[in-house]
Design a protein around this ligand. Structure first.
Ligand SMILES: [Zn+2]
Length: 188
């Protein structure tokens, strides 16, 4: 567990890579709130503002103490509803959202397709981009959806910013998936 006496000293001593990792912070109701540095999470834990839900496999060590870094922590107090921004559009996160599958034919996706083609005024926004295989991408070309034989398997949507942030972290720990149901770990 996390020490509550010598933590600040420890954080000055240990500037190793473990403290550069990230902790998923949940609210009182176990909903994902933010992704913070392990260092920031330790401060919350030391101040008794949060509790550890999952530990990582990585040890934080100092001369006097060693313990596992927190991978998931839960706040002990209520916070106001977070201000919901729109997540910036990331190519990698589009692949994650769409399970790395072409949204027209379900083959492995290799590129991004604009449903309503950009050449015909389609926007570069979450709701107009899908993961796509090269074959469908070339065959569809700049045909408008209403004139095309290509049908989407599901309607593209804008994911929550925290889900995008988690998806963009290479090697996000599997225990995060429990709290981020839309998260699909990035394999590429
Ligand atoms: Zn396809």
């Amino acid at each position: 567990m996390v020490p509550n006496v010598e933590g600040r000293e420890l954080m000055r001593e240990d500037r190793g890579s473990v403290l550069a990792e990230r902790t998923l912070v949940l609210d009182v109701g176990y909903r994902p709130l933010s992704i913070v540095s392990v260092r920031r999470a330790l401060l919350l834990l030391l101040a008794d503002k949060a509790e550890v839900i999952h530990e990582s496999q990585n040890m934080v060590r100092s001369e006097k103490l060693e313990f596992f870094a927190p991978s998931v922590a839960r706040l002990r107090y209520h916070v106001g509803a977070p201000y919901r921004r729109r997540a910036a559009l990331h190519r990698k996160a589009v692949f994650a959202r769409d399970d790395y599958l072409c949204q027209y034919c379900a083959r492995r996706a290799e590129c991004i397709d604009h449903v309503h083609p950009r050449s015909k005024g389609g926007e570069h926004i979450w709701e107009n981009v899908v993961a796509c295989c090269r074959i469908c991408n070339v065959a569809k070309g700049d045909t408008l959806p209403e004139h095309s034989r290509f049908r989407l398997r599901r309607v593209p949507y804008a994911p929550e910013p925290i889900v995008v942030a988690a998806a963009l972290r290479r090697g996000a720990p599997p225990e995060w998936n429990i709290y981020l149901p839309n998260l699909l770990p990035l394999s590429a």
